[in-house]
Design a protein around this ligand. Structure first.
Ligand code: FES
Length: 166
């Protein structure tokens, strides 16, 4: 999708959505999975994408926005090539998540929720990732990294940057 192009699902995706909606008593029940599909297809849930999802499911924009703004897993802004989501709930916080977030932001020169100017890294905080025994946990592009410390993150950033430059 280019900048000014209206968001449109592919035919295959629309069929997938139709099949999904048919399994539920009403289209609103399919909203969560359809938002995941939209985020996967369009990169993030811009207002235009949210309007389009509302149109596809026959819902109001506010019904869509209520869900999008409630869950931290939905993004309304574009993110970097590497989305680094740090869990800052109890177990992770007690195991250094706050210090880890500070370290990541200092190293990358950004604040929480921001993306590096080269478009490579975004740092966000999320609620419990459901892997508390591996605290602190960082999800990077949906892959769990457990027992993460500053050295681990430094090595990850260095490797990812080198790979991108190659
Ligand atoms: S508190 Fe971080 S994974 Fe549960």
């Amino acid at each position: 999708m280019t900048m000014n192009e209206a968001p449109r699902f592919s035919e295959e995706r629309l069929q997938e959505i139709q099949a999904l909606v048919a399994r539920y008593p009403g289209p609103q029940s399919a909203l969560l999975p359809v938002l995941h599909m939209a985020q996967e297809d369009f990169g993030y849930l811009s207002l235009d994408v949210q309007k389009y999802v509302a149109e596809v499911l026959g819902l109001t924009l506010i019904q869509v926005r209520e869900v999008v703004t409630f869950y931290t897993m939905f993004r309304e802004q574009p993110c970097g090539k590497y989305l680094m989501e740090v869990c800052t709930n109890a177990s992770c916080m007690l195991n250094g998540a706050d210090e880890l977030v500070r370290h990541m932001c200092d190293k990358l020169g950004i604040k929480v929720g921001e993306t590096t100017p080269d478009g490579m890294f975004t740092v966000t905080e999320v609620e419990c990732a459901g892997a508390c025994s591996g605290a602190p946990v960082v999800q990077i592009n949906n892959v769990y990294h457990e027992n993460v410390d500053a050295a681990y993150i430094d090595a990850f950033i260095e490797k990812a940057s080198k790979e991108d430059a190659a």
